[in-house]
Design a protein around this ligand. Structure first.
Ligand code: C5P
Length: 301
């Protein structure tokens, strides 16, 4: 067994988020096209007297350090069936925006799972790890696998997708967060009394991803949660408009928001759009990143 294990896990953007009507269990069936982007959290697991979590990074103050933290819950979920005492210290180096719609908490859960699995020498089969991920949250399985995938069910049933090139993005981090359940509730309110269609993945979008064609992808990006996120956070409309004017090929809310995502032509355009977004004062910070990115990976052991 190693003294400590560090795992790097990417953020995600949903290039398509098609949302169906609320199910009896409160969740929504999705056609969720995930794309991992190269903004990463790192989770380091080190043997300790008891389970504890610390977090470093500019927004670390917003991350709960008790057992509600998804990384702590991941360690507990892995330890329980093996009868292992989860005496581990989990340190999160956080670079993914917190409560931003980029699966930062899910990334930390997947990272903790892979780190503890290696630390405890369990060699848990991939399918079992994915089952634990799905219990922890709808987006956690994708954080484990990375790349690109179509998520159905509540987003946890994954089919890997081909990506034929590199896509360049800018992410505008808003001042404040949005709660995912609140955004889904707003979706329910806004669609009340209407027939919500079955969520279906767009073949044009899957083709654009497979070809690595940014212009075609830009024409097909969609997020059914965007009206709900804008309803709860109206100033995001200004951020989206600023990025479009600055030359982004397309702009959309990332997942449940409030991070906004801008698909751009190349690295140079990314720098320009990021600069315009920052100068506009319509966001707290702007980050550039490329996709796809690999899933949870052990980087130090
Ligand atoms: O699965 P996860 O814990 O990430 O979901 C957070 C919340 O988002 C759920 O409690 C639910 O309110 C909402 N959600 C949903 N339908 C999904 C995924 C999430 O309604 N497919």
């Amino acid at each position: 067994m190693s003294a400590s294990v560090t795992v790097r896990v990417p953020a995600k953007v949903n290039v398509q988020l098609a949302v169906g009507a609320a199910r009896p269990d409160g969740f929504h069936d999705l056609a969720n096209v995930f794309l991992a982007v190269g903004l990463y959290d790192e989770v380091t697991a080190t043997p300790a007297d008891e389970l504890s979590v610390t977090c470093a990074g500019p927004d670390a103050g917003q991350v709960p350090l008790d057992r509600t933290n998804l990384a702590a819950r991941a360690a507990l979920a892995l330890a329980a069936p093996h009868g292992i005492d989860p005496a581990v210290h989990l340190h999160i180096t956080k670079d993914i925006p917190v409560a931003g719609g980029m699966a930062g908490g899910s990334a930390d859960a997947a990272g903790a799972l892979v780190a503890c699995d290696a630390l405890w020498g369990l060699n848990t089969p991939r399918e079992e790890l994915l089952d634990i991920c799905a219990q922890l949250g709808s987006d956690v399985p994708f954080s484990l696998v990375g790349g690109a995938a179509l998520g159905t069910g509540r987003g946890e049933k994954l089919r890997p997708l081909d990506v034929g090139g590199t896509f360049h993005w800018v992410f505008a981090v808003a001042d404040g967060g949005l709660s995912t359940p609140a955004v889904y509730r707003e979706f329910d309110r806004l669609t009340e009394g209407t027939e919500v269609p079955e969520p279906v993945a767009s073949q044009e979008l899957l083709d654009a991803l497979a070809k690595g064609d940014a212009t075609a992808l830009a024409a097909t990006l969609s997020n059914d949660l965007q009206p709900a996120a804008l309803s709860l956070f109206p100033s995001l409309a200004d951020t989206l408009e600023t990025g479009r004017r600055a030359g982004a090929l397309a702009a959309l809310v990332s997942g449940s928001g409030p991070t906004t995502a801008f698909l751009v032509r190349d690295a140079e355009s990314a720098t320009g759009v990021a600069r315009s977004l920052l100068a506009s004062g319509t966001c707290r910070t702007a980050r550039t990143a490329v996709s796809p990115a690999p899933g949870a990976t052990v980087v130090r052991a």
